[in-house]
Design a binder for this molecule. Sequence first.
Ligand code: PLP
Length: 460
Amino acid sequence: MPGSEAPRPPGVERLLSAVRPRLAGERDHHALLAAAHELVDAERGRIAGGGAWRDLPALADDLVARLERLADPLGSGLVRVINATGVILHTNLGRAVWPAAAIEAAGAAVAGYTLLELDRGSGRRGARFRAAEAHLIALTGAQDALVANNNAAALVLAVGLAGRGGGVAVSRGELVEIGGGVRIPEIIRRSGARLVEVGTTNRTRVDDFEAALADGRARVVLRVHPSNFVIAGFTEAPDPKAVAALAHRHGAILVDDLGSGALLATEQYGLAHEPMPMERLAAGADLVTFSGDKLLGGPQAGLIVGRADLVARLRRDPLARATRPDKATLAALGATLGLYRAGLAQIDVPVWRMIAAGVATLRARAEAIRDGLPTRHRDTVSAEAMEATIGGGSLPGETLASFGLVIRAGSASRLLADLRRADPCIVARIADAAVVLDLRTVEPTADHLIGRAIARLVEP
Ligand SMILES: *Cc1c(COP(=O)(O)O)cnc(C)c1O
């Protein structure tokens, strides 16, 4: 460190001269300059804050490492997680894990050029890749289908059918927040339509819609599935068929937002019935909207199925262009829906595989992890029954009998944080002051990583 002068980091040019010979490939000068400036600025700040002075070779090492990280496909900071929360559709952890077929399809779609919007026969511009929409038509019995970026976008598009200033009638019991601060009244306002409130919070009857429709105030009736909450007690919701008949009598459009929507029957897994798009269409809904990455188990997308004339109107809406999914999403969605049509969804779609996993299997896995732990952990770690949930705005209050590990040792919140900081990152939860790791949401291939983390992090 030079004499009594305030220590300063080396200049950008000297740093770059030291780094350049160590870099593979021809690098853009401006990009290197920007990276070097960033490092030197940070270094100045560090030294000003009392940090130790570093010499040129140390800074050069740092810059090379930064550039390597920038070029590393997994270096973006999107940390892979072992989800041991037992919440299958964990919104903060990215909701649905894609099926292998979807990953492969998306990779193939983006690795080169595709016939995304080119008609093979004529060589002219054609309809945008239709596989996902064709699958949706086959799976739901709808006349037509359209894919948007997410279900919130699908909803904005659908209620936009009311036209500027047109009324959208919604039961007061369904004026909900769908997550992330997004609320149904705001969605309607942003679409340019006008909200017409109907009924009360706990009880809405078919007759309540009559007034809103009779004087033409409402051109759209929107039903919103209560997907992330339950209203219990003195409640009443109108029969979907009766609402549809009433809406049609007054020339209005019935839009049914299912949120999650299910293409497999949830009751076969001991869960409550989650509404299925096909049954809502059969009950008279003109359009049904649902998500791609909730119970469907594929990429983020908003799916609209229903009447051909209405879908055609939506397709022409400039907003449909502004919210259209990219080719990777379309390919992944098409592959995911293909698994449903092939009868493979409950095996090959991870969301359904997790829902379908038998408790006996989960128990055997939990016991195997526990039995593999060093003997000093035998008193603090046990394999126990627990309850998993679907999450992600699907089947609120419903649980699946599950099995996993319970750790009662020291501070639960500290262990939870240590697991999160471990490599790989493990996200668990706390119940009754113990750390709980539910195996229903863990891929079996990750079991040994959980055992290793416990052996290392838990103080016996
Ligand atoms: C989740 C949900 C949405 C929003 O779907 P995204 O795909 O997350 O945009 C809309 N409506 C309901 C009822 C929902 O549960």
